[in-house]
Design a protein around this ligand. Structure first.
Ligand code: NAD
Ligand code: GLY
Length: 362
């Protein structure tokens, strides 16, 4: 088992990482001062897989458990579903001190987190992430939100959890696509900050994809540490935290231009490569490093070919999504693998050229 402390003054908390951690949830909650009633928010898929573990462990430790379920899917991240959950919390007599446990992937974490941040002006939030993306990214750092129509994560708050328990054994029931989506974020951390993690992924990718316990624990731990360090320096996303959006400028544009039919992991993988190509064309990132990243993304089961979309639609989505000033757009670019910088100096014409040339290169 590994532990990371997120140091945010009065809002500090621990992330517990390891195989079988869900079975210790009650104990961990008691160590953190919780007793009595609690509410779990989850979906039927995750409840079917891990509900029993919690329903056995928590009452043994003296907790009274209410489980609230929402259907699976991104469309559940809405004010309407949050409103339904407020009613169900009221019916369950939830009080200001009643913790909400978010059991699931990033959708459940963001939705239950938003509900915890707003119900009775805030009840304690415990994150129990069960996808790789949720364990390395969305459960850490306090961004909670619902979507507003097509506008993703538009209504939200910064609301830190009181505890994160990442049971890496839960990753064993993920399908390969969802695992690869999470791997895209792990590669993101390696490129922005940690060449050592990049080498670790390169050396252990087969083990990671075969769901080896130690390899999973290692990548979740190292990624969680990187995210923690960045969030500690810039909790409210006023500067440095933007580097976590590496790969997301073009990535979000691809998701949006495809009407969200292109998956997030795919879009981020292409977005990371796009930023690397831009950096290479600007004479910054070495060509060998670009090829190395391309290989790693492929080996992680992620695509490197551009989805079948019109270049102009992607460009339009970039200009809608981000501030564009005098034909220039903000990008997070790799200087080398393991180090990035934020720049407002990338011209839209260079981005367009790279997208046009895409399938002829690397
Ligand atoms: P998800 O929550 O939709 O989970 C993916 C699928 O896996 C779902 O069908 C889910 O039911 C299933 N699932 C979850 N755990 C499982 C398990 N252990 N075994 C089998 N199936 C399981 O998707 P996600 O990729 O985890 O999260 C995406 C969401 O996260 C998006 O809404 C995105 O906006 C959000 N996000 C938030 C932040 C943040 O900082 N708050 C960061 C990144 C992404
Ligand atoms: N996932 C981006 C952030 O937490 O800032």
């Amino acid at each position: 088992m590994k532990k990371v402390k997120v140091r945010l003054g009065n809002n500090s908390y621990h992330i517990h990482i390891g195989s079988g951690m869900l079975e210790q949830t009650g104990q961990r909650l008691k160590e953190n001062g919780f007793t009595g009633s609690l509410v779990i928010i989850t979906n039927p898929i995750v409840k079917g897989l891990y509900g029993d573990t919690l329903e056995q462990n928590l009452p043994k430790e003296g907790f009274r458990v209410t489980i609230l379920q929402v259907p699976d899917g991104e469309e559940q991240k809405s004010l309407e579903v949050a409103g339904r959950l407020y009613n169900e919390l009221t019916d369950s007599f939830a009080e200001r001190t009643t913790p909400i446990l978010a059991l699931g992937g990033g959708v459940i974490g963001d939705l239950a987190g938003f509900v915890a941040a707003t119900y009775l002006r805030g009840v304690p939030l415990i994150q129990l992430p069960t996808t790789l993306l949720a364990q390395v990214d969305s459960s850490i750092g306090g961004k909670v939100a619902v979507d507003h129509g097509q506008l993703k994560n538009r209504i939200g708050a910064f609301y830190q959890p009181r505890l994160v328990i990442a049971d890496t054994a839960t990753l064993k029931t993920l399908d390969t696509k969802t695992l690869s989506d999470g791997l895209a974020e792990v590669i993101k951390y390696a490129v922005i900050q940690d060449k050592g993690l990049l080498i670790y992924i390169e050396d252990n990718l087969d083990k990671i994809r075969a769901l080896d316990d130690r390899a999973l624990e290692e990548i979740v731990f190292r990624s969680a540490k990187i995210k923690t360090e960045i969030v500690e320096k810039d909790e409210k996303d006023l500067g440095l935290r933007a580097i976590l959006n590496y790969g997301h400028t073009v990535g979000h544009a691809i998701e949006s231009a495809s009407d969200f039919t292109v998956e997030h992991g795919t879009a981020v993988a292409i977005g990371m490569l796009a930023a690397a190509k831009i950096s290479n064309r600007m004479g910054i990132l070495d060509k060998n490093e670009l090829l190395r990243l391309n290989r790693l993304i492929q080996r992680a089961g992620l695509p490197t070919k551009m989805p079948d979309l019109k270049v102009e639609e992607i460009i339009q989505a970039i200009t809608h999504d981000k501030k564009v000033l005098r034909g220039k757009v903000r990008f997070i670019l790799p200087k080398s693998l393991g180090s990035v910088f934020i720049t407002d100096e990338v011209s839209l014409s260079l981005v367009r050229q790279i997208l046009v040339d895409w399938n002829e290169e690397t």
